[in-house]
Design a protein around this ligand. Structure first.
Ligand code: FES
Length: 72
């Protein structure tokens, strides 16, 4: 994940495709978002965050949010 340059305080986007979680949240689920935008395919670093977003509805996360363990 280090190559993603996730150096902001919170993770709120797929860096590889340049789309925020707020934008991705408009899709029905992770699979639909990925099929359309190809989010999470390039480096995969955002995948647990996007899955957590669809589960809880939040759109920004601490980089080490403990809930991520369920989605890795
Ligand atoms: S941040 Fe690399 S695939 Fe989303």
């Amino acid at each position: 994940m280090s190559e993603c340059n996730l150096d902001e305080e919170q993770v709120n986007r797929c860096e590889c495709i340049g789309k925020t979680f707020t934008q991705l949240k408009t899709f029905e689920n992770f699979e639909a978002a990925q099929a359309t935008t190809r989010c999470g395919i390039e480096c995969g670093g955002c995948v647990p965050y996007i899955k957590l977003m669809f589960a809880c509805g939040e759109t920004a996360f601490d980089i080490d949010d403990p809930r991520l363990a369920e989605y890795e």
